[in-house]
Design a protein around this ligand. Structure first.
Ligand code: ADP
Length: 373
């Protein structure tokens, strides 16, 4: 029985950790500014070492690592051995901003605790059920095959957890429920879940596609990239940085935090008002599109920072969808906690559910170690 599990989530400039003893969180924290000048640890290896030194890891049964890109190869969590480690490395070209940090975390933990099983839990795995028609971009097939160009989807751990929690909340069998889950954090994505299977999702080959995010543009015309290269003379890396780190809410308003955007909008700032409209309109469009793809919808569920806390975003994103049976009750919307916010008797249940990716990673990590026997 693997009671004690450490979960490590190495982001591009931070490491989040949680130490579980069964369901109990014994320790948790975030190390920020990794690899940034002035202050933080020099790199992910140093950050993970620091965390391991500080924690009481007596009796630790496993370490669960969040890994962003699992490519086509990984459709479920796996025990990390040399071959798996190399395979995650092979996926770096598909996820240059994410997989290197994940690998560094795994490497540091393996070195420090060679006898403790390490499990990789992939953000892409839940989406391995996407139909070919959903995963395929309409470009030359040979080119796509050669470069691994297809929709992989991300935030899978969250979409899986939240869609399952929605079934619990509604007291309905998960295998029968058709849900649209909206993960609105700093990164944001939407997923259509049909009986526990991801059948459509807004993030694509990378986490850049889809919804408007804190610093990412989401959907745009690819010609914008050529135009910035040809007419703007921007280097490819500079365009990559622009679209991933300086766009979205940040690009439109100068701040990436939705709370600040809402405050400025309230104060009459036109840039913040426009950003809010662009953000919510994109969500409305995806909800309508995924409704059409699912054919019928039982629940629409909001989660993550913005989704859990902003009644305004929820109300504005679903406004005008009454004809689809989607309604939000203002009083229920204004409350907090996991709950249904649609009126009684509504055709579609609109829900708010707190996501917990770390807990889900701990669960999956235990399952992998248990299956190994
Ligand atoms: P991450 O994607 O980094 O895990 P979260 O899911 O915690 O982030 O979401 C972070 C975002 O949630 C913040 O950038 C902020 O914009 C938003 N947020 C948090 N609290 C609120 C709130 N009360 N109202 C609106 N937005 C909020």
């Amino acid at each position: 029985m693997t009671a004690r599990v450490l979960v490590l989530n190495c982001g591009s400039s931070s490491v989040k950790y949680r130490l579980y003893d069964g369901e109990t969180i014994r320790d948790r924290g975030t190390v920020e500014r990794v690899g940034e000048p002035g202050g933080g640890p020099a790199d992910h290896t140093a950050a993970v070492r620091g965390i391991l030194d500080r924690l009481d890891l007596a009796g630790l049964g496993a370490v669960g690592h969040r890994v962003v890109h699992g490519g086509r190869r990984f459709s479920e969590p796996v025990l990390v051995d040399d071959e798996v480690f190399a395979a995650i490395g092979d996926l770096v070209p598909l996820a240059p901003l994410h997989n290197p940090a994940n690998l560094a975390g795994i490497e540091a933990a393996r070195r420090a605790m060679p006898d403790v099983p390490q499990v990789a839990v992939f953000d892409t795995a839940f989406h391995h059920t996407l139909p070919e028609a959903a995963a395929t971009y309409a470009i030359d097939r040979d080119v796509a095959e050669r470069y691994g160009i297809r929709r992989y989807g991300f935030h899978g751990t969250s979409h899986a957890y939240v869609s399952r929690r929605t079934a619990d909340l509604l007291d309905r069998p998960y295998a029968e429920l058709r849900t649209i889950t909206l993960h609105l954090g700093n990164g944001a994505s939407v997923c259509a879940v049909d009986g526990g299977r991801s059948v459509a999702t807004s993030m694509g080959m990378s986490p850049l596609e889809g919804l408007v995010m804190g610093t990412r543009s989401g959907d745009l015309d690819p010609t914008i990239v050529f135009h910035l290269r040809r007419e703007g003379g921007m280097a490819v890396d500079a365009i990559d940085d622009l679209l991933n780190h300086r766009s979205g809410l940040l690009g439109l308003t100068g701040v990436n935090d939705m709370r600040e955007v809402l405050a400025r909008r309230q104060a009459g700032d036109p840039a913040a008002a426009l950003a809010f409209d662009v953000y919510c309109r994109r969500i409305t469009g995806y909800v309508g599109a995924y409704y059409a793809l699912l054919g019928a919808v039982d629940a629409v569920t909001f989660t993550a920072g913005v989704g859990e806390h902003s009644a305004q975003v929820r109300a504005a994103s679903l406004a005008g969808l009454q004809r689809l049976g989607i309604r939000v009750d203002p009083d229920r919307n204004a409350r907090s906690g996991d709950r249904v916010i649609s009126p009684d008797g509504a055709e579609v249940a609109v829900c708010v559910v707190g996501t917990d990716e770390e807990r889900e990673i701990a669960l999956q990590t235990r399952a992998v170690v248990a299956a190994r026997g």
